[in-house]
Design a protein. Structure first.
Length: 188
């Protein structure tokens, strides 16, 4: 059901919950009844209504409901501390590079392996031209946060090789991101 039927879905969900049928309420209405303005908000609304459902199940169900939009669930997975799932989502479909770069920054100390993957995904999406109003500062932030996380994880050399590989085709070597960090990456 679409968003215009949300009020009906919410009512049906409430009736089933009040009737002691939480599984039926979840299966039939939780996803459509709790749609929010952001994917993170949508995840939180469903998870709050269904506290007995593991966060990983709620996330997987929401992802199945929105095929092709996997990257938009990155923040929800991160928020739920489902770091492996978040990293996979960041690489599955376009994800906002600024969101990924912030995750690399925020987790560089506490979960550097995750931060590396988030930072690499940010750089990959930037190289591929994704992002809204991307500036040189955004590119440098993604790059520096990724390297900080890599140093903390003890994988600096391997990460530098992976970053350099992002520029293997001529379009990437002549793009905006290369103009910002090309020297640091060794493109000259």
């Amino acid at each position: 059901m679409g968003q215009r039927h949300g009020h009906i879905d919410r009512l049906c969900e409430q009736i089933l919950l009040a009737s002691g049928q939480p599984e039926e309420a979840y299966a039939r209405y939780a996803i459509s009844a709790n749609r929010a303005t952001t994917y993170l908000g949508w995840f939180r609304a469903v998870a709050k209504k269904c506290p007995d459902k593991p966060a990983s199940v709620v996330l997987a169900d929401l992802i199945r409901h929105t095929p092709g939009e996997e990257g938009k669930w990155f923040a929800a997975a991160k928020d739920a501390k489902l770091f492996d799932e978040a990293a996979a989502l960041a690489n599955a479909a376009p994800c906002d590079p600024k969101t990924l770069a912030r995750a690399a920054r925020d987790f560089a100390q506490t979960n550097p392996a995750f931060a590396v993957e988030a930072g690499l995904a940010a750089l990959r999406w930037l190289v591929q031209g994704y992002g809204y109003e991307v500036t040189a500062l955004d590119v440098r932030a993604a790059y520096s946060h990724t390297l900080t996380a890599a140093a903390n994880a003890g994988v600096d050399g391997a990460v530098r090789v992976r970053i350099r590989a992002l520029f293997d085709d001529s379009a990437a070597r002549s793009g905006f991101v290369a103009s910002v960090i090309g020297k640091e990456v060794g493109l000259d």
